[in-house]
Design a protein around this ligand. Structure first.
Ligand SMILES: Nc1ncnc2c1ncn2[C@@H]1O[C@H](COP(=O)(O)OP(=O)(O)O)[C@@H](O)[C@H]1O
Ligand SMILES: [Mg+2]
Length: 269
């Protein structure tokens, strides 16, 4: 069990070494730290949502971000994805400022953050995963088409490719967005409540993908209510909320393996 004695206002995500990194990507393979959060603070206007968040996540980790509604799970993922600015601290990916590493980081939003009436096909959505690699203006090349076809196959939605995204079931929509992430060929995959509002088959497929991604040396960060066994945790709590450390210990014991935690402070309402 990791120590729970971080100084007030500071929290550390202890790390384990990657258990397995079978397909390290390119020259980034030698970097032990895949994703580093250094004293990260995020605010909406003057309201501080997260402060002093520290984490050092090596490859081959599935990290669950756990916390009550409104504790800042989505905000943390958006900060890593570059969708909300940092009010303080820094995020690095393979030792570089994460702004320079965007194409290595894929983001799957929570259902509520997507405009489902936007008129795009499933294929269009998955092709968006290629934009960080080829730019917005260049036409798709054969390798883009191949990557999209492969991602559609991985999620078993090739037959839905020409459907409008808004016509799909919740599970199919989630598959489409995960296919978009796969098409990007990322090293870090951020998912906001990926298991919410989906069918059992999609749930099982996502769980299997977590295992495949971990084996391939990727980092998976998911905001969730259901901790993945054997993974690490970042626990967000509101200021003054007692007992989160015990809670983390308890979940960690159930998970049966290495886990980590983060304490969340500085909520200024
Ligand atoms: N765009 C925004 N502007 C202002 N406040 C926001 C915004 N998004 C979220 N919040 C607030 O930030 C807090 C954390 O929200 P969020 O990160 O969505 O939490 P969670 O995902 O854990 O439910 C909540 O109090 C929420 O109301
Ligand atoms: Mg959320």
């Amino acid at each position: 069990m990791p120590a729970n004695d971080a100084a007030p206002g500071r929290a550390v995500l202890p790390t384990g070494r990657p258990a397995l990194a079978t397909q390290p990507a390119r020259d980034l393979a030698l970097h032990e730290s895949c994703l580093v959060l250094d004293d990260v603070t995020v605010a909406y206007g003057r309201r501080v949502i997260l402060s002093h968040v520290d984490a050092d996540i090596p490859r081959s980790q599935v990290v669950s971000i756990i916390g009550a509604n409104g504790s800042g799970k989505s905000t943390l993922l958006k900060a890593i994805a570059g969708l909300v600015p940092l009010a303080g601290g820094a995020i690095r990916c393979f030792g570089e400022p994460i702004d320079r590493m965007r194409r290595h980081v894929a983001y799957v939003p929570q259902r509520e953050d997507v405009d489902w009436s936007f008129p795009v096909s499933v294929r269009d959505v998955v092709m968006m995963g290629r934009y960080p690699l080829r730019g917005w203006l260049r036409r798709s090349a054969p390798d883009d088409e191949r990557a999209v076809a492969r991602a559609l196959d991985e999620l078993a939605i090739a037959d839905l490719a020409s459907k409008q995204i808004g016509e799909l079931s919740g599970g199919q929509q989630r598959r489409a967005f995960i296919a978009r992430a796969i098409a990007q060929e990322p090293d870090v995959i951020l998912l906001d409540e990926p298991m919410a509002g989906i069918d059992e088959q999609t749930h099982d497929r996502i769980l299997a993908l977590f295992g495949e991604w971990r084996a391939a040396g990727k980092v998976v960060l998911q905001a969730t209510h259901t901790h993945v066994h054997g993974g690490s945790m970042i626990v967000l709590r509101r200021r003054g909320e007692p007992g989160s450390a015990e809670h983390a210990e308890h979940l960690g014991a159930e998970g049966g393996e290495h886990h980590a935690q983060h304490e969340h402070h500085g909520r200024a309402d």
